[in-house]
Design a protein. Sequence first.
Length: 82
Amino acid sequence: MRYPQPIQRSKIYLLILAIVAFGTSSFTFILLYSSQLAANSSTSTSSHPTSIPWIESKLECEHTNRTWHDGKCWDDEHSQMF
């Protein structure tokens, strides 16, 4: 039985290493990309109300199309990514 020469063996190892590296990086990219898509879809469809501290009157609050509640001006369209 004839064994491969060292040069051929190193080429096989490099090929296996390249396949493993490509598979690992592809898996990582797909995992990160899908988690980013999931994060974007969940934040784009939901709002996160927050109070606007610099608006202190009901008149000014309602003039800016926000809601006055409990003595605070609330913005219902606030994005979590802001």
